[in-house]
Design a binder for this molecule. Sequence first.
Ligand code: PHE
Length: 415
Amino acid sequence: MVTLASEPANYSVVGAQHGCAPSRHDFLCLCGVIYPSTMPIDNPTDRTLAELGITNNSEISALFATVREQFDHQLAAKTGSEPEYLALHHAWLGRKSGILSAITDNWLKSAPPALKPVVGQSLNELKRHVEGRMESFRVAAEKSAAEFAATREKIDLSLPGVSRPIGTHHLIRQVFQEIEDIFFSIGFSVVEGPEIETPYYNFEALNIPEHHPVRDDMDTFYLELPKGAPGPLLLRTHTSPVQIHTMEKRQPPVRVIVPGKVYRRDNPDATHSFMFHQIEGLAVDSDITFCDFTGTIDYFVKQFFGEGVKTRFRPSYFPFTEPSVEFDASCIFCGGSGTAKTGGTCSKCKGAGWIELFGAGMVDPAVYGFVNYDPKKVSGFAFGIGIDRLAMLKYGIDDIQVFFQNDVRFLRQFP
Ligand code: PHE
């Protein structure tokens, strides 16, 4: 850095600190350091040679050498982008406020005749240097922009993308859908109901009065309610309450299935869980017979397990159906023979040749009384399928807990 003989104190401070000449703007040093605008900085290109105290050719050469150094320094600091090129071009070659214009105005035009030739020559050299370098910068900037665009275009769209694992439906949901599709095909539609119920819908309206022994099987989760809240609430123990909700809202003919979660106070083991899944079915119309009922169930079982599977029903008891039955299917593991393929007794049906499926029955006329249907005019059937049990049978799963443990090694087997 050249030391200017008569440089003002504030300029030498800046110059000495940063090793560069301040720009024409009072806040930006040529090296790019930004000063607060209140700080008075003198810029040598704003002053004439006389003001700078430059009197001979060697001082002029040194002055120009410094300016050139500053340019080179700034150029070297750039990464080569187009916006950088434009900014640097503006700062140095800008017609009005560029540094070279300032040098022309302040150093060349007012130079004493003796110094003019060397100032003119130095300025031309500097100009050539700056212009030459700026041109190379422009070419490089353009090239890198083109290369960037080319690389972007080079992306091979036929390459496989980054695969993001998308989840699949849980097996229980898949089984729900299988069953729903079967019933859709024979004119049923899906309705849903609340998982939190009043005892009226879970029990009373289903013809299960208080102290009825079947309530024991449904030992129930009651909700803790704030003081003064109306009535007790419980987690539904079956999907049957939705029979009542549906009949309250709709007039016959009704043909619905109700998929959902149900809750019972069971200790978890291979066949029990405090939460499991059911699909309720309800069909009510003016002329539904026991034949329609067993035919529908038989159709469903054959669709779900295969044409070769036989069904049978045994008398059973539910307060809301009369008669009530328990449906069985011929054992899907031993083909109903009771003998395992490898010989010996079939472990699944324990040699019986039959597997218990689910409970069902003709809707008890007493239930119609709760929903203002005329029991003399309507008849129907209902069933309650345990989904988890059906899924276990169909897919050979021997522990209900695996459905709820979220172990991907299990879940991935049912994509
Ligand atoms: N709700 C009964 C249960 O959960 C099943 C059922 C539904 C039986 C409909 C008959 C008719 O055990």
